[in-house]
Design a protein around this ligand. Structure first.
Ligand SMILES: [Zn+2]
Length: 500
């Protein structure tokens, strides 16, 4: 019997505490594909879907929409409404043609719109209501997803990426496609549970590589896949910069028609994750202490200002470090990335070699600090385009918009017009910066800085700065009641909840 599987993607990670609103242009700048355009994708999650579905007996792919954006502020209601309608209209048309037997969606799990703090729950419910209860829905997720009851209620299987730094989007896509094929071919009757422990931590100690608190949680979860009756397992370190109820990380287990087993194993993963909470919270430095320590040490130093991480939805416009770097004078060189559309445009107007007064920073998300007014010299101007060298966007083009490098004292400031995700520090070389020549390199992400800069530095210091993606969640003004939760409550009786 021939099967038709609708595929699509809505992939964006959102931030409730700051960042630039994610509008339709934000998607179009990264990826916005319709219908047969999806079939050209060889890589990423959709590439994985297509490869596995092509190998299945009598499965035809029905492409819909693939919308991906750099992490940012909330998806605007207009953009979400547009994308949701584009999905649902194509699914409805396939249904009317009699060509819809399953739905396979690439979602993030921590997207939010102006009106929905659980965007994935909303889209899964809308798809479920469109297709009816007999059409299975499988979604693949980021391991930083916030899993909700709504997501569990309106999907049959959820499967997340296994690696952080993320490099298995394609493999996860293949696993998701296999799951929908297995359901359609009668090989899987899924039952699913999510165990959640209320741990809200940044991603600094959240790698899945080697040893460490989250790597070991992931290993525990993956080992369960060898057990009889278990179809798949996922471990989650929730993106903590959502302001949603019932936040936490833990484990999700899909079993073969065995709800009690799924419940039991999901609780075990979440309980183990709870036990890792202290190790997940990073050691932090104040700016002045980090700079003093860095100056006293030989060799380049990476200052990790994860509070302003574009990859976590921040605007990337913080200059909290700039005054301290300027104070070091001409002899100590440093490099700092700042998103500031107006400043970049002013530099393009002035031209290379020009000297001008600029007000830099906190222009897009002003609540986290004050701009700095300085006289700068324009060293370089570019169109801001670059190519990713790994990760989920390997080989894809990144776009900072009009970009400029300016210098004041020993500081080279890289001005971009738009925030961009960093995989391997691609933005610095694209602007003609040799980070190996700098004493202080500022990295605005919680994890990928290691891949980008470990060839030139041994000393990494994570800063305790303010912003919408801070290294510790203690600073964030959550409005939903999360308590009791770590790090505010280090001890909780029965911390694990199981959703199924
Ligand atoms: Zn992630």
């Amino acid at each position: 019997m021939p099967f038709h599987v609708a595929i699509g993607a809505l992939l964006v990670e959102c931030n409730h505490f700051g960042g630039i609103p994610t509008d339709l242009e934000s998607f179009k700048r990264t990826q916005y594909l319709l219908d047969d355009e999806l079939l050209q994708l060889n890589d990423g999650t959709i590439g994985g879907y297509l490869e596995v579905l092509a190998q299945q007996d009598e499965v035809t792919v029905v492409p819909t929409v693939a919308a991906t954006a750099c992490p940012g502020g909330l998806v605007t209601d207009v953009a979400y409404g547009h994308i949701k309608k584009a999905f649902l209209s194509r699914i409805q048309a396939a249904q009317q043609r009699g060509e819809l037997d399953g739905v396979l969606l690439a979602l993030h799990g921590s997207a939010a719109s102006e009106s929905h703090y659980d965007l994935e729950g909303d889209i899964l419910q809308a798809v479920h209501e469109q297709v009816g209860g007999n059409v299975p829905i499988v979604a693949t997720l980021d391991l930083h997803a916030h899993i909700t009851q709504q997501m569990l209620d309106y999907s049959d299987v959820l499967i997340a990426w296994e690696t952080y730094p993320h490099r298995d989007a394609r493999e996860t896509g293949m696993r998701g496609a296999q799951a929908i094929a297995d359901i359609l071919h009668g090989k899987l009757k899924p039952t699913m549970a999510m165990g959640i422990a209320p741990v809200l931590v940044g991603a600094i100690n959240g790698t899945t590589d080697g040893e460490g608190p989250f790597a070991e949680t992931m290993q525990l979860a993956k080992h369960m896949e060898t057990q009889q009756g278990v179809y798949s397992t996922s471990a989650f370190l929730v993106h903590p910069y959502l302001d949603a109820p019932n936040m936490g990380g833990g484990g999700l287990v899909v079993t073969h028609d065995d709800q009690p087993l799924a419940d039991k194993l999901a609780a075990e993963i979440a309980s183990y994750y709870w036990d890792q909470r202290v190790a997940l919270e990073p050691e932090l430095f104040q700016i002045d202490d980090a700079i003093e320590f860095g100056v006293a040490n030989e060799g380049p130093v990476v200052l990790v200002e994860t509070a302003d991480c574009c990859g976590g939805g921040a605007a990337g416009d913080s200059v909290q470090l700039l005054p301290a770097l300027l104070e070091l004078g001409d002899q100590i060189s440093s490099v700092l990335p700042v998103v500031d559309r107006q400043a970049a445009a002013a530099c393009h107007e002035a031209g290379v070699g020009a000297e001008l007064e600029l007000e830099i920073g906190h222009a897009h998300d002003p609540k986290w600090g004050q701009p700095v007014s300085i006289k700068v010299k324009v060293l370089n101007l570019t169109d801001g385009k670059f190519t990713y060298r790994g990760g989920i966007w390997d080989g894809c083009e990144g776009n900072m918009g009009l970009a400029a490098v300016v210098k004041a004292a020993g500081v080279q400031i890289c001005l971009a017009s738009f925030p961009t995700y960093e995989w391997c520090g691609e933005q610095y070389p694209a602007l003609g910066i040799d980070v190996a020549r700098a004493k202080f390199v500022v990295a605005k992400n919680p994890m990928n800085y290691r891949m980008a800069f470990e060839h030139c530095s041994q000393l990494f210091m994570v800063l305790d700065t303010r912003g919408p993606t801070p290294a510790t969640c203690k600073h964030l003004p959550y409005s939903h009641s999360l308590r009791p939760a770590f790090p505010w409550d280090p001890e909780i009786e029965s911390p694990v909840r199981v959703l199924s």
